[in-house]
Design a protein around this ligand. Structure first.
Ligand code: ATP
Length: 503
């Protein structure tokens, strides 16, 4: 699986999807640029989300708030005091780690040991293997399960109590070594705030510290009453936003999975107090359906309900997707209560209560948040679509089986040869179709090579313009996934393709 992931990362670079930022200066940690094909795919993902949220729901509207906000907002939201990761350094390698991640990986090691025993036993016993029975009786499995559960308990207790000394003690007791140097030379654990700071103002005296937003949500909360009033929205209603967020992540790994600058698609749904759990459950289901509508297979998704809730939440769950490196969070759904709005009332000194015209009451709404990372969604789409296929003639082809609606290019227009008027005819078709969907014209290399290149960037359809085209206005239409070819009339192309690629 690690190998597949490496291949996907290099494919992203080789075919113009994602480049490391500032590459000619050896890059900048955990920052990436989207290239010519990546930006199209990313825009399509955003459009797919925006349409389902904003265009299909009468009671959801969008906004685009500024990245810079009044610094007190981050005090009110709790980010200044509590948006921290517990950090630990290894004195020997001088590398920095997240204490919680080191411990979670240790928990994972016990799970791996259990899984190995189970795989071994399944091979030995075949059909007759009873996993539940084996788990309950095998001494090695029982031992590892106990170690895992004890560690998990100690870890949750330390995290809940914000006990930094306790986290360090776990690392020492478990004998966790530095992944690089293999030494146990750990420093104390300390809190590290993830927000980036900068200064606004031109003179030193007038300057004040402001933050790059670590989530887009707060831009929605502080605007919610403006939107409600000017949009004449009635509760329940939602506000959606897509935008950049910034976190000074300590552990920056796994390519675009965890970045320091990333993009979120968030929707805050305001409801009447007391109805929030019902709405939380509805949104959980709706969001899962949205993911599954891409056709990647229900078995690749799962809910992960949170046992440990953030201070502002009364229910929370993640939607996880099966990446090559395991099931990982792509989206979070949180019932955030009235915490944020109440905090902003307290800190701003303004009332931002909702007035219900039907019951003549005023109240602070409760909020359900759905928050998904564009980049993680991008990664899940890439991971699922990347395939190496063995062909009948013995060759392998690398193909990105992207959902057609998300593909950067919908149609490649290829003249068979670069003469006899074929390029001109192909360009005529391009000039007609380019207003309707993303088309690419390509004339270099053999037709076989051009097909392969389009397969590798996920173009669902190619047409070849040949000598017969000049006679009868038909072209060969090739399907990326089946590689089947059929002859179609130029006049029918638009409808045929539009039907398959529209979001
Ligand atoms: P994690 O536990 O992986 O750090 P989180 O629980 O802190 O994520 P949220 O604060 O709930 O994440 O943010 C909502 C979504 O934003 C996440 O589900 C994820 O898709 C995305 N996201 C969060 N942090 C990053 C990051 N550093 N890089 C890319 N996407 C991110």
């Amino acid at each position: 699986a690690e190998d597949v992931f490496k291949k996907i990362v290099s494919h992203c670079k080789e075919y113009g999807f994602v480049f490391p930022s500032s590459e000619i200066y050896d890059g900048l940690g955990a920052v990436y640029d989207y290239a010519q094909n990546g930006v199209e795919l990313k825009n399509n993902i955003k459009q797919y989300w925006w349409q389902s949220m904003v265009l299909l729901h009468e009671n959801i509207v969008g906004i685009d708030s500024a990245i810079f906000m009044h610094p007190t907002i981050w005090k009110a939201s709790g980010h200044v005091d509590a948006f921290n990761d517990p950090l630990i350094d290894n004195r020997d390698s001088k590398k920095r780690y997240r204490a919680d991640v080191l411990i979670e990986e240790q928990i994972g090691k016990y799970e791996e040991k259990i899984a190995k025993e189970i795989t071994k036993a399944r091979k030995r016993f075949g059909e007759a293997f009873d996993e539940a029975q084996f788990r309950a009786t095998n001494p090695r499995v029982l031992d590892n399960q106990k170690k895992r559960d004890d560690l998990h308990q100690r870890f949750s207790d330390a995290m809940n109590a914000n006990d930094l000394e306790g986290l360090k003690q776990i690392i020492l007791d478990e004998g966790i070594v530095c992944p690089i140097s293999g030494t146990r030379n750990w420093t104390d654990v300390r809190q590290f705030n993830l927000m980036f700071k900068t200064e606004v103002g031109s003179t030193a005296e007038g300057a004040s510290t402001i933050y790059l937003r670590p989530e887009t949500a707060q831009g929605i909360f502080v605007n919610y009453l403006n939107v409600q009033k000017t949009g004449r929205m009635k509760i329940p209603f939602g506000i959606a936003q897509i935008g950049k967020a910034f976190r000074n992540e300590i552990v920056a790994r796994q390519f675009i999975f965890r970045m320091r600058e990333f993009e979120q698609m968030e929707m805050q749904f305001f409801v009447k107090p007391g109805t929030e759990i019902e709405w939380f459950n509805k949104w959980k289901e709706m969001r899962m359906k949205w993911h599954q509508a891409l056709g990647f297979g229900a078995e690749n998704y799962r809910f992960h309900d949170h046992e440990k809730l953030a201070h502002y939440a009364n229910a929370a769950c993640d939607i996880e997707f099966k990446m090559p490196f395991g099931f990982k969070e792509v989206e979070g759904i949180h019932s955030r209560t009235d915490f944020d709005l109440k905090q902003h009332e307290t800190y701003s000194g303004r009332s931002i209560k909702y007035f219900d015209p039907e019951t003549n009451e005023s109240y602070t709404p409760y909020d359900i948040e759905t928050s998904i990372g564009v980049d993680r969604m991008f990664l899940s789409v890439m991971c699922h679509s990347y395939m190496e296929e063995q062909l009948e003639n013995g060759e392998t082809r690398t193909v990105l089986k992207l959902p057609a609606a998300l593909a950067p290019t919908k149609l490649a227009i290829l003249p068979l040869v670069r003469k006899d008027g074929l390029p001109e005819k192909a360009r005529e078709i391009l000039d007609d179709l380019k207003f309707h969907f993303n088309c690419k014209y390509e004339e270099k290399d053999t037709i076989g090579k051009r097909y392969r290149r389009q397969d590798a960037v996920g173009t669902p359809y190619c047409i070849t313009v040949d000598h017969d085209t000049l006679k009868d206005d038909t072209v060969t239409l090739r399907n990326r996934d089946t590689m089947e070819q059929q002859r179609v009339k130029i006049s029918e192309l638009r409808e045929l393709i539009e039907d398959k690629v529209s979001i």
